[in-house]
Each structure stands twice: as C-alpha cells, then as structure tokens.
Design a protein around this ligand. Structure first.
Ligand SMILES: *Cc1c(COP(=O)(O)O)cnc(C)c1O
Length: 401
C-alpha cells in the first residue's frame, strides 16, 4: 500500500478520483437482496473495473463475500496475496502451460474447452491431488465455453474429469441487459438442459448464469451463485431502465483558468468550438490522458441543434450542469460556463466529471460507448481517495497500484 497523499499533493492534484467503498458494499448487499437464494460473488477483473482491486476486494471480503472472479491468472495471483482465504475463479480459462501457477496460487480455472479440461486433469495427475474447477459452457454468446456435445461426452465418460473436482457449472448471458430479448430464455433453456445432463456426473456441483443484469431477470436466472461486476461499481446494468445501484465513483477536475471570450472566438485545437456571443470558459486540468475520452469534445452546435443532444461531455460545477467546449486535449478540457453567474467559479475549484450528478452511464452514452468502458479507462494520474464512513478516508497519490 502506498503512503497517503499529503495536503500538498492534494492541493497540486489536477484531478481527484473518489471511490465510495460504502456504496460498493451497499451495491453488493443489494445483489444479495435481489437474489436471496444464491451466493453473491464479486467480479473484480480489470482492477475491479478500474476502481482498484485491492481496496474493493478487501472491503467486499469484509462484508462476507467469499467468491471472486478475475479475468486471468496474473490478476488472480495478485488477489491471492491480498486475501488468502477466498475462492478465486479465473474467467478466461486455463492458458497453455499455466497449470502449476493456478495450483500454487490456489486459483480455480473456468475451463472453457476440452483441451483446458485435459490440461487441468494432467495437472491434477502430476500433482497427485484433486483440483477444483468450473466447467464453462456456451449457451449462445459464442465467446467462451464448451458445447452441449462436450457436456454429453463429459457426462458419459468419467475419465474426462478424472482428478477434477467440479465445483461450479457456468454459462454467460449475451443480452441480459434487455429483459425483453428472446435470447435470455433460449440461453436459460440450454443451460438447464446442460445441468440436467451433467447432474448425475457432478451431483455436488453448483450452477451460475447471471451477471449484474442477469440478477434482474428474476429468480429463474439466479441458480446457486450470481456474478455481478458493473453494478457493484455503480454502473447501470439495465438498458433503458432506472439504475438499481448507487454511484460509487466520483471524478473531479480542477479549474485552472477562467477566460472571457467575445463572439466568434474559438476554443481549443482545431478551433472546433466558437463563441456565439460573449462567453465565459473554465479550463479544467484533466483530459484524455485521464480517461476523459476525446469523443466527449463538442464542436459548435449546428444552428438547428437537432440531434446533438446526447453527444459531447458535460460537467457539474457550482450547482450548474454545463457543456464541454471544443476538443478534449491530453491534459485539459474546457467548459462553457456562460450560464453560471459570474463570480461563482474560482480558479482552484473542482468540477464533477463523473459522480452523483453526472452518471458514468451518461458519460458513456455521450462518448459513444458504455459506462463499463469509462470505468475501466479511468486514468492513473488522479489522486485516489477511498472513502468509507466505517473505515475512514484514505488517499493515494496517482500511479500504478
Ligand atoms: C465480466 C463478466 C461478468 C460480470 O459482468 P457484469 O455485466 O459487469 O456484471 C460475469 N460473468 C462473466 C463470464 C464475465 O465475463
């Protein structure tokens, strides 16, 4: 763990990233409440979607979460050094020649092919141990997972899983964010058929299908274990519906300059934005190097203004939500603060780029992407603060975790 940021470092920070660990914990408890019959695991891949795996996983383990999913074995090995007692599942499977690493770090691979199953079986034989595994089946996303034919073969021939303790049988939904999609029911039907075929061979195995949006498809989708990721971090997993989760991330950037423009003057590279009349601009110390996508820049609105409503970033400052003006630079961006009464914004103030007012999903929409990508792109230059009423605030200078 790094030392806390000093007052001087805080004063010198262009941007602050605050992670509300109480919100993460509350979001995990909300998943538990929504799927009361199932174990709630936590997906902490990609550094807990950019929030910081160490702080997030420690807090969730403290809340009682005992099962964590990562993408690869290196993430898993890092998590293992932090939390010796938890179950760690590796979603992307078993990479060639890595069996020993999984075994030594106590990682459970989500085996997604017969080849992976064979390698894990060999690892068990060589080690003279029974090794835990998840069997991952494809039910329609066509990304990772074994087929129904593979399931039939595994059910038929016990030698194929010799030395492998199948703890969990899982699949992954392609369209869970859209409750009306017929794909959900199709995948559910295929998953049930797989469980039926494999049940006699692995009577102790549990089942898992739902990611964050899958939790809200109802109890049919919960099975024994649910695997929420984005919802824990405050992203809305549901398309076109209200977010059942609390925001957990706030990004603020500092006002480093204020300027007044006359009609026709332009802002930023490419002179893409021009003042239509007298305008006031606030320049912030954050840009695309901080994960504030260049796609959030805003050219001058066409005269009609039609169709441009959802494009271009917004920030919240001094009680006002204001638009980005011009292109986003690497380390700076500009806001059109003409609508904010003069004198309310001073040099050194902070503007909210993501947080309680500007949702991560709205930023994603305006950048032409999704909240997931905004979270996992959060820059490393911010001073990070991990806030918790119960456990106090901890600040960390920017940089690699
Ligand atoms: C990333 C992932 C999850 C978590 O998905 P969210 O939509 O973030 O909840 C669950 N299962 C698998 C297989 C994943 O790859």
């Amino acid at each position: 763990m790094r030392a806390e940021a000093t007052e001087a470092e805080l004063a010198a920070a262009g941007g602050l990233l605050t992670v509300d660990l109480d919100a993460v914990a509350a979001n995990w408890r909300a998943v538990r409440a929504a799927a009361p019959g199932a174990e709630a695991a936590a997906v902490v891949k990609a550094d807990a979607y950019g929030l910081g795996m160490a702080a997030v996983a420690r807090r969730l383990a403290g809340e009682g979460c005992g099962s964590f999913f990562v993408a690869d074995a290196n993430e898993g090995a890092t998590l293992r050094t932090l939390l010796p007692g938890i179950a760690i599942y590796v979603l992307n499977g078993l990479f060639p020649g890595t069996g020993a690493l999984y075994r030594k770090a106590g990682l459970t691979p989500c085996l997604a092919s017969m080849a992976e199953l064979a390698e894990w079986r060999d690892e068990a034989r060589c080690a003279g141990e029974t090794l835990p595994a998840v069997l991952h089946f494809d039910t329609g996303i066509n990304r990772l997972g074994m087929s129904a034919q593979d399931a039939a073969a595994i059910a038929e021939d016990g030698a194929l899983s010799d030395g492998v303790d199948v703890r969990l049988i899982m699949s992954h939904l392609a369209c869970a964010d859209d409750a009306a999609s017929p794909k959900n029911g199709e995948q559910l039907g295929r998953f049930r058929a797989l469980l039926e075929a494999l049940g006699p061979r692995f009577p102790g195995a549990r089942a898992s299908l739902a990611n964050s949006p899958g939790v809200f498809l109802g109890p049919d989708y919960h099975f024994d274990l649910v695997r929420p990721g984005v919802g824990l971090y405050g992203g809305n997993p549901l398309s076109g519906r209200a977010n059942p989760f609390r925001p957990a991330v706030t990004v603020e950037a500092r006002v480093i300059a204020l300027r007044t423009l006359t009609a026709g003057e332009t802002v930023g590279y490419g002179a893409a934005w021009a003042a239509k009349g007298p305008a006031r601009i606030a320049v912030l110390s954050a840009g695309y190097a901080d994960g504030y996508f260049r796609a959030l820049g805003r050219a001058s609105a066409p005269e009609s203004g039609a169709g441009s409503q959802e494009k271009g970033g917004q920030a919240h400052i001094a009680g006002y939500t204001v638009p980005v003006a011009g292109r986003v630079s690497m380390d700076m961006l500009a806001l059109d603060v003409s609508a904010v009464p003069e004198g309310l914004i001073r040099r050194g103030d902070m503007a909210e780029l993501i947080g309680p007012t500007i949702s991560v999903d709205d930023v994603g929409l305006r950048a032409g992407t999704i909240g997931y990508e905004i979270l996992t792109s959060l820059g490393r230059r911010y001073i990070r603060r991990y806030v918790s009423k119960a456990h106090g605030t901890r600040d960390e200078p920017g940089g690699q975790v």
